[in-house]
Design a binder for this molecule. Structure first.
Ligand code: ZN
Length: 417
């Protein structure tokens, strides 16, 4: 599937700083210490509704990771999927009386347009679940052969679905760090089926769902059906990035069960571990202090803000005003603060000469390399802008240099006011 078009990332004079990131599995910030090529997989959308600010915050986080890695001289192999076979998509298509493929294609196009507007760096491989059914089948087969999976007895309800034994690997639970109670709660809440009759254990995860009437399906050795969700990402990432790739990313609500099982499936099938060296999670975005959710009807969509004429740079600056690992709220005040900051920076850049750009850029790099400390990075530029607007003109090319660094490292293009 085609990705979206990439913004140009200018190179910034001086040296990039090695990136440190918080790894959920370790519960600590560590040096990423990657090789020359960094391999990154980020879980994509289920294309049944338009991009909201929670999505934007997640993809912005990994765009910023990507930008710091480029600045530090790495190449990046970035893979993202789109879950274009899933229950919410079928339900929405049915409600709206459209074909699920048509809905999926239309929403994926809208997502691409939002990503381009936000200047999010695209994956080199943007992979639809429907393109990889054969890869999933191969992996389910491996898991069955190794004794890590089983089929539901057809006597139960006639559907002999394939399930994964959640304790197939002794390390299960290492990625999220959840205890049994937390796993049970999160599994029930986030798309699991603990009450499915015929399972050996409530936490066992669906690998292959045998076709139910009216559902799309593909041929397999276990009859027509479709893949479970976790095995999809597991197969796509493993095939393209191999085991022990550098970063598995997504929203914090994916830490369990999705990322735990994606990792476990690949580790059980390959006999190697870990799946990824770092598990990185972006926090949730609320609205005015309330969790943003479809059921509450308070989603703020990127498209809506764009339709209102909001410059996407302001969305980036507004989201970056908080740290990516902190659950936080969007509000009109945050948007207005981002606008005021943009205008201040813009006036400072327009001065041409200004305060020492090398020092400001070094501070920006140091903050971003420290687990993406965006609030600290924005403050470093605020300090530079304040000194420049107060008349410090010791650096002749300061405006142009800082503008280039903001474009490359924060993805924010400031036009001089
Ligand atoms: Zn995923």
């Amino acid at each position: 599937m085609h990705s979206w078009s990439s913004p140009v990332v200018p190179s910034v004079p001086g040296d990039g700083v090695p990136l440190r990131l918080f790894d959920t599995a370790d519960g600590a910030v560590r040096d990423l210490s990657p090789g020359p090529l960094v391999r990154m997989y980020v879980c994509g959308i289920t294309p049944y509704d338009t991009t909201h600010l929670g999505h934007a915050a997640t993809y912005l986080t990994f765009d910023l990771v990507y930008r710091q890695l480029l600045d530090a001289g790495h190449a990046v192999h970035y893979v993202q999927n789109t879950t274009d076979v899933d229950d919410p998509l079928f339900e929405r298509a049915e409600r709206d009386g459209v074909d699920w493929r048509t809905l999926g294609d239309a929403e994926t196009d809208r997502f691409r347009a939002d990503m381009e507007a936000l200047r999010i760096l695209p994956p080199q491989q943007y992979v639809a679940a429907t393109e990889t059914i054969d890869e999933v089948i191969e992996m389910v087969d491996e898991l069955l052969k190794r004794g890590h999976a089983y089929r539901i007895d057809p006597e139960v309800d006639g559907y002999s679905d394939v399930y994964y034994r959640h304790r197939a690997t002794p390390e299960f639970g290492y990625e999220s760090g959840y205890d049994d109670d937390e796993m049970a709660a999160a599994f029930a809440e986030r798309g699991g089926d603990p009450d499915r009759e015929g399972k050996e254990h409530p936490l066992d995860a669906l690998l292959w769902r045998v076709r139910r009437p009216g559902e799309p399906s593909w041929d397999s050795p276990w009859g027509e059906g479709r893949p479970g969700w976790h095995i999809e990402c597991s197969a796509i990432a493993r095939r393209r990035l191999g085991m022990r790739f550098d970063i598995q990313g997504g929203g914090s609500d994916l830490a369990f069960p999705h990322h735990e099982f994606s990792a476990a499936h690949a580790e059980a099938a390959s006999g190697e571990r870990p799946f990824a060296r770092f598990y990185v999670h972006a926090a949730m975005i609320g609205l005015d202090g309330v969790k943003m959710s479809k059921s509450l009807g308070n989603l703020v969509r990127v498209q809506t803000l764009r339709d209102q004429g909001v410059d996407p740079s302001l969305i980036r600056l507004g989201l970056a005003a908080g740290h990516y690992r902190t659950d936080r709220s969007w509000s009109v005040e945050i948007l207005e603060a981002a606008r005021a900051r943009y205008q201040r920076w813009s006036r400072a850049i327009a001065c041409g000469a200004g305060a020492d750009a090398d020092a400001a850029i070094a501070a920006l790099r140091a903050r971003m390399a420290d687990d993406l400390d965006t609030p600290g990075a924005l403050e470093a530029i605020d300090t530079w802008a304040a000194a420049t607007l107060e008349g410090d003109s010791s650096d002749e090319d300061a405006g142009a240099s800082v503008a280039t660094a903001l474009d490359a490292l924060l993805g924010v293009r400031i036009t001089a006011a």
